[in-house]
Design a protein around this ligand. Structure first.
Ligand code: MN
Ligand code: MN
Length: 463
């Protein structure tokens, strides 16, 4: 009997490497897209910075701030900033909002080390900043790497000072020290989760003493430098939001330059894809296209700037009001692409994955029908109908994509903003870029997957 290749080809589903289907022209567009993304990622290291960068770009593309009550016409491009930490943008479509909107939602916060509110202290003639980590981190990854300080100090007067130290090449950086292996016998016996503790993540900020005879001379020297530069005192830390982030530049990885390494791909890689897709809408879209850049996803999407905030509901209601459409009519007809990263299969750690179901680098935009953990706990689980709609859409727009879930069934898990959108009666599905070393200070994505995620979101916007 002979091998019936034809029948196999016809009946089997096989996921191919995206490079086998990428044309030369597409490859050029991919590289151009990724260069712009890398610029964004280099500058946008906090949600405030990402939001500011997005507003600047949006205004270049003709977007303007929206005030509730303003009339809106098809083709109008507007944005609403939520306290400078999250951003909602829209391009008004030709059809009524009663027929629903297309929403893409990503988050712009990333795991990091926030400073405590009384952070500065001196110990044995060295000055340190105490931190309280934000989001899910493996603490041992954050020692012995260069760090930068970003954020704001808000003075009693209400004046806000923007702080960014360490981004420029001639600026100093900071570090959390680790024990030398020679003396680490006891430390090395600990588990990886106990080896470095939360209270142990203290950032070295200075060592030269102030020239006097008093106490805490190094702390005094550090404060006097801060006072010279920003006019602040130790009390001003009380009303500050300062955060330490990795000081690595975003860079190409691999001899073939096919990958991008950097801090905060999760989830600025999808945030940029959404933004760029919105900017690149050539004609007035059929349905109103909305781009959400949310804050606080890494800590549960709570608070005024998180995806559970009523800020989004009010934004939608304000848009609907311009067309005298009840917002619930709009939401029930809307579609949301919850654009977030997922774990890429890592050949160095195959044991945590069920290979057939894990997303793979260079296999394109990764669609997750559900997230959550164990028995699909804590997920919205998109319907088969929604997946089918995406299949058709991506085929029409030649988007290279893959369907995946994260890790083995009982291995662990995670969530995104998807369920908070679905809870609002919006048909929602997760899709985004596969990441290696996710949540590490230096994460890896593939250029092909970045570009295909952009194409996928653009396809959703265009319909
Ligand atoms: Mn994420
Ligand atoms: Mn995350």
């Amino acid at each position: 009997m002979e091998d019936n290749m034809e029948l196999r080809e016809q009946l089997f589903y096989e996921q191919k490497n995206g490079y086998d289907r990428l044309s030369t022209e597409e490859s050029i567009r991919m590289n151009r897209y990724c260069r712009e993304y890398m610029e964004f990622l280099n500058e946008a290291r906090t949600e405030r910075e990402a939001s500011r960068y997005a507003i600047r770009k949006a205004e270049e593309y003709g977007f303007r701030p929206f005030t509730p009550g303003d009339p809106l016409l098809p083709g109008d491009k507007i944005y609403v900033s939520n306290r400078g930490k999250s951003l909602m943008l829209a391009v008004i479509g030709a059809r009524s909002l009663a027929e629903g909107a297309v929403i893409a939602g990503a988050h712009i916060d990333s795991p990091r080390l926030d400073l405590k509110q009384i952070p500065l202290y001196e110990q044995d003639e060295l000055a340190y900043l105490r931190t309280h980590y934000y989001g899910g981190i493996k603490k041992y990854q954050w020692v012995a790497i260069p760090l930068e300080l970003h954020g704001v100090v808000v003075l009693k007067s209400g004046e806000t000072l923007d702080i960014c130290i360490g981004r420029e090449t001639d600026e100093p950086k900071f570090v959390i020290t680790d024990l030398l292996p020679h003396l680490a016998q006891e430390q090395m016996k600990k588990t990886m989760s106990d080896g470095i503790t939360g209270e142990g993540l203290n950032i070295l900020i200075g060592s030269a003493p102030y020239a006097d005879d008093g106490k805490d001379r190094v702390k005094l020297a550090v404060l006097s430098l801060l006072n010279d530069a920003y006019g602040i005192t130790e009390e001003d830390f009380l009303s500050a939001e300062l955060t330490a982030v990795p000081a690595f530049d975003v860079t190409e990885i691999g001899l073939d330059r096919s990958l991008i390494g950097g801090y905060g791909h999760d989830d600025r890689v999808c945030a940029w894809a959404e933004l760029k897709a919105l900017f690149d809408l050539k004609e007035i879209p059929d349905r109103t296209c909305i781009c959400i850049l949310a804050d606080k996803e890494e800590v549960g999407s709570d608070g005024v700037s998180g995806m559970q905030s009523a800020a989004f509901d009010f934004f939608m209601a304000d848009l609907c009001e311009t067309q005298s459409v009840p917002v619930r009519r709009c939401l029930e007809k809307s579609f949301c692409l919850s654009a977030d990263v997922t774990a890429a299969f890592d050949p160095l750690y195959p044991d945590v994955s069920e290979k057939r179901s894990e997303s793979k680098l260079n296999h394109g935009m990764a669609v997750c029908k559900f997230t959550g953990s164990r028995g699909k706990s804590g997920t919205s689980d998109a319907s088969a109908e929604i997946v089918a709609r995406l299949r058709g859409l991506f085929e029409r727009h030649q988007v290279i994509w893959q369907l995946c879930e994260m890790g083995k069934v009982d291995q662990g898990g995670g969530g995104t903003i998807a369920k908070y959108m679905a809870n609002r009666n919006i048909d929602t599905i997760d899709a985004g870029v596969p990441v290696l070393s996710m949540h590490a200070p230096f994460e890896i994505v593939s250029k092909l997957d970045c570009y295909m995620t952009y194409k996928g979101i653009l396809a959703a916007y265009c319909g």
